[in-house]
Design a protein around this ligand. Structure first.
Ligand code: PMP
Length: 389
């Protein structure tokens, strides 16, 4: 028998799933691991999907998605983020941000093209680059620099083979953000090199403390940017599998070519739900963001008081806690914490070699759940005789 694709053979299983498979075999586990909202989708959004089905809206839609949905997406992005995209030619509705990442890479890359990725980064980027025949070139992000992308590092990473870069702010797993001023320093470098940027903005609505910014707001480079966003995080709609891509007309056309063959069109009921989400769901987003903000403040204060010095994350629902002073590596820390105190977190090295020394803790859980987890983490630190200075 012939063998399977070597790219697939070499692909590592996700370091996130591994821990959760183990945790699911234990009783009494408090998990702070999974990256999805604990809220259910607001009921009026579910009702809109049900009403669409009752109304016989059970067919394929246009490849790019319902025009009414694309119009709502365009209006939302204009109002909230000053991003201008034409609903007819510059928006493609996808099966989550996940499909959007995959088809963007496939639309951009030729075999051997280099793609700059951050280390640490979200787990889906490197497999997407590899499956599209690309080669990842990492840029190391540090806690000391709040996990921001620095212009000098970008400049040094660009070679004649660079085709694109993937960024994700607010960032999973670090909670880091980039401001408008931070991006302004990258713009001349991007303009000069002409590389594309896939900007995964799925946590845009989960920005705390400062306004969300995007490279697509800069006219000089707007046509080089492919924006990825979706409904999973902001509207608590992970199970509906709905995301989208904003990109100029030629890029959108190329991306739609792939989308039409592999997907045809995203789920129609989900698209009707998403129209309702954009029209009437913003108060729900605000309510959830306030609740996450509350939890974030509690968790970060507790971790710092225990001596796990942790940056205040300005976005997402993750804290990237610094465990370097415990002397344990991130896998050992997480497996011992799970074994001894039945708390599940994700080892930082699941997000790249420079995630080592950190653990990702999600606060998309109730306050009581987070408080109990903190009591257990504190007990664990005592057990390993951790001396906070
Ligand atoms: N990008 C990032 C950074 C994510 O954290 C996630 C979900 N964990 C996704 C994309 C994919 O989300 P979805 O496919 O549910 O839209």
């Amino acid at each position: 028998m012939k063998s399977i694709s070597t790219v697939v053979e070499k692909m590592k299983p996700s370091g996130i799933r591994k821990f959760f498979d183990l945790a699911s075999t234990m009783d009494d586990v408090i998990s702070l691991g999974v990256g999805e909202p604990d809220f259910s989708t607001p009921w009026h959004i579910c009702q809109a999907a049900m009403a669409s089905m009752a109304d016989g809206k059970t067919h394929y839609t246009a490849n790019r998605g319902l025009l009414e949905l694309r119009q709502e997406i365009a209006t939302f992005h204009k109002e909230h983020y000053q991003q201008s995209y034409d609903p007819q030619t510059e928006i493609v509705v996808t099966v989550g941000g996940s499909e959007a990442i995959d088809i963007s890479m496939r639309a951009l890359l030729n075999p051997g093209d280099e793609v700059i990725v951050m280390d640490p980064n979200y787990v889906a980027y490197e497999p997407a680059v590899a499956l599209a025949g690309g080669v990842c070139v990492p840029i190391v992000l540090t806690k000391e620099n709040e996990f921001k992308l620095k212009p000098e590092d970008l400049k040094a990473a660009i070679s004649p083979k660079t085709k694109a870069m993937i960024i994700n702010y607010p960032s999973n797993p670090t909670g880091g953000v980039m401001t408008h001023e931070d991006y302004a320093k990258l713009v001349p470098i991007l303009k000069e090199s002409g590389i594309f940027v896939v900007s995964d903005e799925i946590y845009a609505e989960l920005s705390f403390d400062q306004e969300f910014a995007s490279l697509s707001q800069f006219d000089e480079v707007r046509d080089q940017i492919i924006v990825i966003n979706g409904f999973s995080k902001a509207f608590a709609m992970t199970g509906w599998r709905l995301g989208y891509i904003l990109a100029n007309a030629p890029l959108s056309k190329a991306i739609t070519k792939i989308h039409q063959y592999v997907i045809m069109s995203a789920s129609v009921a989900s698209q009707y739900a998403a129209i309702e989400a954009l029209k009437n769901g913003y108060p729900d987003v605000v309510m959830m963001r306030e609740e996450y903000n509350h939890r974030r403040n509690l968790l970060v204060n507790r971790l710092n008081a225990m001596g796990l010095h942790t940056n205040m994350p300005h976005g997402t629902f993750y804290v990237f806690a610094d465990i370097r002073k415990t002397g344990l590596n991130s896998e050992t820390f997480c497996s011992q914490l799970l074994e001894k105190e039945h708390v599940a977190c994700v080892p930082g090295n699941a997000f790249g070699p420079h995630g080592e020394g950190f653990i990702r803790i999600s606060y998309a859980y109730s306050l009581n759940h987070i408080k109990e987890a903190c009591v257990r983490i504190e007990q664990f630190l005592k057990d390993i005789d951790y001396q906070k200075e």
